[in-house]
Design a protein around this ligand. Structure first.
Ligand SMILES: *[C@@H]1O[C@H](CO)[C@@H](O)[C@H](O)[C@H]1NC(C)=O
Ligand SMILES: *[C@@H]1O[C@H](CO)[C@@H](O)[C@H](O)[C@H]1NC(C)=O
Ligand SMILES: *[C@@H]1O[C@H](CO)[C@@H](O)[C@H](O)[C@H]1NC(C)=O
Length: 186
């Protein structure tokens, strides 16, 4: 039948575009610089780096996020800004994820995002919820949600988890809000 063929094509398209979107999302790795490259500082005669104010690391590649301008006599921070820790406040506290120490970035667990993995974007939560609940077939139920997403995303980039239930029930999607919460918590 025509209808089932159309549905099949839709399904395959959405399914593969989701897989593609997924694999392009996070790419990270560790790359070591050759020694004595001083990214934010200058090279001393012994080949070591002397870092500019606010930078640390062998190659002065790590930004410091101290709270306030004072430093201890050895140059370390007195206290750190929120979300940072360590003697030089160069380490990130990734709320729902792990830290890529070399690049000073958080790598977030799905569906979290943001610099410290403490934010939830509606579309990411939908994807996560659908694939968890229904496996690959969840992709079909996502079509109306994608339409909302592209309609709303330009107006409001980030939405909070408490709004998910409202958005879904607007689309006649049955939501067990406890289930969504549990999924987000694990
Ligand atoms: C040092 O870094 C802090 C952020 O941690 C910033 O507010 C401040 O402007 C920086 N100072 C300089 C001189 O770069
Ligand atoms: C730098 O000074 C701070 C505070 O005095 C101290 O806690 C820290 O261990 C010192 N770090 C180094 C590398 O000497
Ligand atoms: C990271 O943040 C959490 C809550 O925001 C806090 O409880 C925890 O102590 C922090 N960890 C570090 C290493 O700062």
């Amino acid at each position: 039948m025509n209808l089932s063929r159309t549905l099949l094509i839709l399904f395959v398209t959405v399914f593969f575009s989701l897989i593609f979107a997924d694999t392009t999302h996070h790419h990270h790795g560790h790359r070591k610089l050759r020694r004595h490259v001083c990214l934010n500082g200058r090279e001393l005669t012994d080949g070591k780096c002397q870092c500019n104010y606010n930078y640390t690391g062998e190659n002065c590649e790590r930004a410091m996020h101290c709270l306030g301008k004072s430093r201890s006599s050895n140059g370390s921070c007195i206290d750190c800004k929120e979300h940072y820790y360590g003697e030089y406040c160069d380490l990130l506290n990734c709320t729902n994820g792990i830290q890529d120490e070399y690049y000073q970035k958080c790598i977030c667990d799905k569906p979290y995002s943001g610099d410290f993995c403490d934010q939830l974007v509606t579309a990411d939560v939908y994807l996560f919820y659908n694939s968890k609940m229904m496996g690959p077939f969840g992709a079909l139920t996502i079509i109306p949600l994608l339409l909302i997403y592209y309609g709303c995303e330009s107006k409001a980039q980030k939405r909070q988890v408490k709004r998910i239930g409202d958005m879904m029930s607007d689309q006649n999607v049955n939501v067990d809000s406890e289930a969504v919460k549990n999924l987000l918590d694990d």
